[in-house]
Write a protein that binds this ligand. Structure first.
Ligand SMILES: [Zn+2]
Length: 447
């Protein structure tokens, strides 16, 4: 009986397809049930406020946002397209397998060949993206958003490449070990391993990766710290610490986030934010508490882990397809031997191409769900602070300082927008005020 036409191989493929369908159905169910499709439930007297940049932003601010948008879009789109073209050209032609074969020709041990393949391929892809990243960075610099020197920026790029090397090397070593050991049912172990790896990365990221890029220190004792921790305890969210990241080393933009869960969960504010008035900082931290309260990181991790496990099952169907393997320049012998077909390290380029396609397909869905989760965190901030005026001023300041897109087009929503646009967030503050008979924030343009 010869593979992959043999009945054992066929059974394995059917099992992988069924498991993938079950896992993606689970992703769909979790997303359908946990996504806050209506982040601000209830009746808004007089109807919802329409997002309107002209109401809250001066003509100068709107013009600056438009100009910035048309300066950052070309490198962003060109980089995205170039990245996909290169990864697909490497994976769906013999180019990638030749590159891996050539760079690993003198290496005997397969784990070393895999590690080398991971490093070489991710480095080539990063180098292809570098011109576009330099282009983007020069725009940020021109608009004063980036404060980094070019050498410091380059060091960041190298660190981020190092993190990519570690994650890809670990993931590929585990995957190829399974493919070699269990030629038919490796995908079952790999799906479980992929699930565990996503959970581990989400748990370790705040303690292992974030410190590579930023230094953190606890927000010093004082009124602000006391206020923020009091607000967290009033909210019923256990927060051990509020940390300050020294983000001003590279940017003027304002941000805060909550990362990790369980004992690694923390609220991080950029040091750039600390110059803002205290009630505005409270407004931002109240938003982050909303993420903590609804366990957004935990649910996001679960969905990501299920999605990765499902994608690995689909991968089995594609990565064992003799047609795809031959197209990728990987030998497919009639009698499978260890180290040939999918278990040949030269199939790594095909693997990366498939991962890139899967990621690109997942992005619009991720962004859509993320925007609703962010809107719920906004509603939570309004409920907690009961101060829509400050919320609206803070969102205005965020949009102006970060030169956010005030009127994104549908493609930008699909590809890039993880948060609602500033005017939408301000409109929600007005809706909240009407619902709670609080003073409706007046137009911010003419202050
Ligand atoms: Zn958020």
């Amino acid at each position: 009986m010869s593979e992959p036409a043999g009945s054992g191989a066929r059974t394995s493929r059917i099992a992988a397809a069924v498991t993938a369908a079950v896992l993606f159905a689970a992703v769909g169910i979790v997303l359908a049930l946990t996504t806050p499709w209506n982040p601000l439930p209830g009746h808004v007297p007089g109807g919802h406020a329409a997002p309107d940049p002209a109401l809250d932003f001066s003509p100068g601010e709107i013009a600056r946002s438009r100009a910035f948008d048309s300066a950052v879009n070309p490198p962003a789109y060109a980089g995205l397209v170039a990245g996909l073209v290169v990864v697909l050209a490497l994976g769906l032609s013999p180019a990638g397998s030749r590159l891996v074969g050539w760079t690993t020709a003198r290496v005997r041990r397969w784990p070393l060949r895999i590690a080398l393949a991971a490093v070489v391929l991710t480095t080539v892809l990063r180098l292809c993206g570098l011109p576009f990243d330099i282009w983007s960075e020069s725009v940020l610099r021109r608009y004063g958003v980036s404060t980094q020197s070019w050498p410091a920026w380059l060091v960041d790029q190298l660190k981020s490449l190092g993190v990519t090397w570690v994650i890809y090397t670990v993931a590929l070593l585990l995957l190829y070990a399974l493919v070699r050991r269990f030629p038919r049912y490796w995908w079952a172990g790999a799906a479980g391993g992929g699930f565990a790896l996503v959970v581990a990365v989400s748990f370790l990221y705040p303690v292992a990766v974030e410190p590579v890029f930023n230094r953190f220190h606890p927000l010093p004792k004082g009124d602000l710290r006391t206020d923020l921790l009091a607000m967290a305890s009033r909210d019923g969210v256990p927060v051990e610490d509020v940390l300050v990241a020294d983000a001003s080393r590279r940017t003027t933009s304002l941000n805060a986030y909550v990362s990790g869960f369980g004992s690694t969960r923390r609220i991080v504010v950029y040091d750039t934010l600390l110059k803002s008035p205290r009630d505005r900082i409270e407004s931002i931290v109240a938003h982050e508490l909303g993420h903590a309260k609804h366990n957004d990181v935990l649910w996001g991790t679960l969905v990501g882990a299920l999605g990765v496990a499902g994608a690995i099952c689909l991968l089995q169907l594609l990565l064992t397809s003799p047609r795809l393997l031959r197209r990728a320049g990987v030998d497919v012998p009639a009698e499978p031997r260890r180290g040939t077909g999918a278990s040949d390290p030269r199939s790594a380029a095909l693997l990366l191409a498939l991962v890139a396609v899967a990621t690109q397909i997942g992005t619009p869905v991720q962004n859509l769900v993320s925007r609703h989760i962010e809107a719920r965190a906004d509603a939570h901030a309004l409920d907690l602070t009961r101060d829509p005026g400050t919320f609206a001023s803070m969102q205005h300041e965020l949009s102006v300082r970060n030169i956010s897109d005030l009127a994104p087009d549908p493609v930008e929503y699909l590809l890039w927008l993880t948060h609602p646009a500033g005017p939408e967030r301000i409109a929600m503050a007005r809706d909240w005020a009407r619902m709670h008979h609080a003073p409706v924030p007046p137009p911010l343009r003419d202050r």
